[in-house]
Ligand binder design. Structure first.
Ligand SMILES: [Ca+2]
Ligand SMILES: [Ca+2]
Ligand SMILES: [Ca+2]
Length: 235
């Protein structure tokens, strides 16, 4: 009984496997995370802070967009990661770039940049890299936000397989709301917003992209000025 070419040690989980090396690392990092969060509400309460901190990230984006064309290209990204003192191989940097450049225009837009930095943050945590620094990237405020997002995902991923399934999403929302009828539907809607590639599972990257949309980063690109509404009464 030789030649066991086809033998796979682990059985696939619902027939789903990570597609790239980066995703594999991302999934593994998530499987090893415990979340201190107790409820989905904790996450919702943190939305404004996440939003704020994402917006501050714009300055970092502009700093590394050397030619000011509104996208971070490959060489700008290399420079950026070097400046942030995160160490990745050429191949890994390539992976980050390709994986976050979702509209494939060969450049990282602002919302993609946020996702990329957060993935860098997560993977920098890899114990084999043994970074002993207090702040991994020298961006303490932003890193606190990233930590919150990692915690939020880890909270949702109850069975620790590195993905958030529809069931887990429904479960999380049901635990918090007290039997409201709409909660199941909200959970479904949120889930569909997150599951970008419609494969029935949400990975951390999809989760992050959904977050940038929820806090309105996607549409905020050309909107430099904050509207100065005086909070006109809405009854
Ligand atoms: Ca650029
Ligand atoms: Ca899961
Ligand atoms: Ca998916």
């Amino acid at each position: 009984m030789g030649g066991s070419l086809g033998v796979v040690a682990e059985s696939p989980k619902r027939g789903y496997f990570p597609e790239t090396k980066l995703e594999t690392k991302m999934v593994e990092a998530m499987q090893n995370r415990a979340s201190p969060m107790k409820s989905f509400n904790t996450i919702i309460l943190k939305f404004p802070k996440i939003d704020q901190s994402f917006r501050k990230c714009k300055a970092i984006f502009e700093q590394f967009d050397v030619d000011k064309n509104e996208v971070i290209d490959h060489s700008e990204l290399k420079h950026c990661l070097r400046k942030l003192e995160v160490i990745f191989s050429e191949e890994e940097i390539d992976d980050f770039f390709k994986s976050c450049d979702i509209n494939e225009n060969m450049g990282i837009k602002f919302n993609e940049f946020i996702v990329l930095l957060c993935l860098v943050y997560l993977l920098q945590e890899d114990p084999s890299k043994k970074t002993q620094l207090k702040s991994r990237m020298g961006l303490p405020n932003l890193e606190a936000t990233f930590e919150t997002l990692v915690d939020a995902f880890a909270f949702l991923d109850k069975n620790k397989d590195g993905y958030v399934s529809k069931t887990e999403m429904v479960q999380a929302i049901n635990e918090t709301t007290t039997g409201e009828r709409s909660s199941g539907r909200i959970a479904m809607k949120r889930f569909e917003e997150m599951d970008w590639d419609r494969n029935g599972m949400v990975n951390f990257k999809e989760f992050l992209f959904a977050f940038t949309r929820w806090v309105g980063i996607d549409e905020a690109e050309d909107e430099d000025e904050v509207d100065e509404g005086e909070g006109e009464g809405e009854a």
